[in-house]
Design a protein around this ligand. Structure first.
Ligand code: 5GP
Length: 185
């Protein structure tokens, strides 16, 4: 465990964390990305155990009670998302570094409980680009887009809390910058 590093990628909804991580994984297939648990419904094309561990509210509650999460948060005032300790420990036991993609509240919890993690904030070039990306995804209705934009604005204001900031102008470039920060480039 002592030799493994935990990287926490944080950034507003719609900034493209998923796309940048995908580019990073493509370039570095050995990179371990922790699979989060969530109570939200799978979107078309998402697979349980690959994109997320899709859990019922009851199962999520049970895991909270068992201290099964390194962090968890209610995101966009709706579903709950969390990092399973078992998921991190599985990689750490093999001496592997792990990267997590989580929201601001979750990152702040990890800052408290595991301050030796390396925190990286992924930022959009500007707010306008963020809104376009949120709408462009087309998977959420108007009310949901508005809710996510509100969250995103609060999250953007927190960029200064993080020692590393990567601007996502272009996913492959951002992935290269992330890789350099992680020492895998
Ligand atoms: P989505 O529903 O679009 O897959 O994800 C919504 C948000 O949930 C993203 O901004 C993402 O950062 C956050 N999220 C995903 N997994 C976790 C997690 O394990 N913990 C926390 N706190 N947030 C997460």
């Amino acid at each position: 465990m002592a030799n493994s590093q935990l990287y926490v990628l944080v950034g507003p909804s719609g900034v493209g964390k998923g796309t940048v991580l995908k580019a990073l994984r493509k370039a570095y297939p050995h990179l371990q990305v922790a699979i989060s648990a969530t109570t939200r419904q799978p979107r078309p094309g998402e697979t349980d155990g690959i994109d997320y561990h899709f859990l019922s509210d009851a199962r999520f509650e049970e895991l909270i009670a068992q201290d099964g999460f390194l962090e968890w948060a209610t995101v966009h005032g709706k579903a709950r998302y969390g990092t399973l300790r078992s998921e991190i420990n599985r990689h750490f036991a093999l001496g592997r570094d792990v990267i997590l993609e989580i929201d601001l509240a979750g990152a702040r919890q990890i800052r408290q409980s595991y301050p030796q993690a390396c925190f990286i904030f992924l930022s959009p070039p500007n707010e306008h680009v963020l809104e376009e990306r949120l709408r462009g995804r087309g998977t959420e209705d108007e009310a949901e887009v508005a809710r996510r934009l509100e969250t995103a604005k609060t999250e953007l204001a927190a960029a200064g809390e993080f020692e590393h900031i990567v601007i996502n102008n272009q996913p492959e470039q951002a992935a290269r910058e992330l890789a350099a920060l992680m020492g895998i480039a």
